[in-house]
Write a protein that binds this ligand. Sequence first.
Ligand code: PLP
Length: 468
Amino acid sequence: MTTPAQFVPVSQLARSARSEDAVAKHKKYLWPSVTNYFQQPLVADRGEMQHLWDVEGNKYLDFFGGILTVSVGHCNPKITSKVNAQVNRLQHTSTLYPTEHIVALAEKIAQITPGNLQQSFFTSSGTEANEAAILLARMSTGSFDVVALRHAYSGGSALAKAVTAHAPYRKAGVISVGISHAVNPYCTGTSGNIAAFIAEPIQGVGGFITPPKEYFKIVFKIVKKYGALFIADEVQTGWGRTGKKWFGIENWEVIPDMITSAKGMANGAPVGLTVTTPEIAGSFQGANIATFGGNPVTSVAAKATIELIEEENLLENADVVGKYFRGKLEELQAKHWLIGDVRGMGLMQALELVKDRKTKEPAPEAATQVMERARQNGLLVGKGGLTNRLAKYDRKRRHDLATHRMVLLHCCPTTISDFGDSTVVAYIHYDRASVEELFRHWSHHPHGLVGIAVDCFRGLGHRKRWRT
Ligand SMILES: Cc1ncc(COP(=O)(O)O)c(C=O)c1O
């Protein structure tokens, strides 16, 4: 195995026939819309806790974990040993049989969810989890309309795309009947009879947009005033990533009516969760099955992941290491104009790269450069945020909203339309040593990770705008 110790130009990254073949076949046999990160896609071969190796044997410190999914380390033996045993014992039953594994997982979830969220429905993805939540909210309230937030990402199905507020994910005539975005959690753009308000406590794909402390409490009151249900989409924020609490929304001191989740819940096994109160769950009308939902193997993976988070006190870890990590990122921000903002919570942190701190003009090219350079230096990070915005923010409207005390303004007080692609440096449950490894790893460059991006931009002729 080789660990790239310093910057390796992309042309010199080791390439093998194996990766060339995989990339060529990916192009030939998969939909072109299934895009890969990096100019020279990384063909992953194996993983071990916080490290990932490509087929050439290059070793990476992985701060992105797939898409924020490998929550407790690649192939964590404490999880995989249990999964392997289950694969050899019983793999599939469907929801038609009550296995010990589905009930054990549901019981565990009931023990750690806030309030009276005691009954679970399992599927295989975050998209399905959100579909199920909205469907149930409509059945439970008898209303149809749904309020979501601008910059939301909800998944890839037709309904989830309608909730999603990113233009690139909403092509080809998404039917948004009854879905309002927005700048309007007060529902004035709806019939006034809403079934649900759905939001990510920290918008992941949106660029780690982190509302202020009072935000969701205010929204919750409004949602209740209109007789609707509050759905917290915890696909990215769940399972302790935000520190101290199991679910992100708990950091805003709100007990939602439903929580949806997926991703980090089973450390990479496909699982979707919609958990709610017995009363709301009992309002489901008609039949309901999910062929793969609560599959014995994924249920074992999810329960083992949750137990490991508990046993290793990783909620506390995400808080403590997250604060250390955040401090380091803020030190970088103090040095580099390119970093317009550092935001997030716990071990879910992002750097917002901007061309100009005053105008907050996003620097998506810089984010791409940072990612490429990070990869070449053996570090994997991800990217989020909007460059194709759904709608331009209009200052007059902002004034209107302010006079109506529209609480969304609190969400991002100065920059509601200004979030561009940001480099998202994200991970949960890695110990402090991993975070230290990240900063050590970059120490060969005088300005670390961001310095490398700034250098890239000097090359691109933006020198005057950024100081280091
Ligand atoms: C907040 C959020 N909700 C839902 C989804 C959809 O999850 P999946 O890709 O598992 O369908 C995602 C995926 O990135 C997400 O980030």
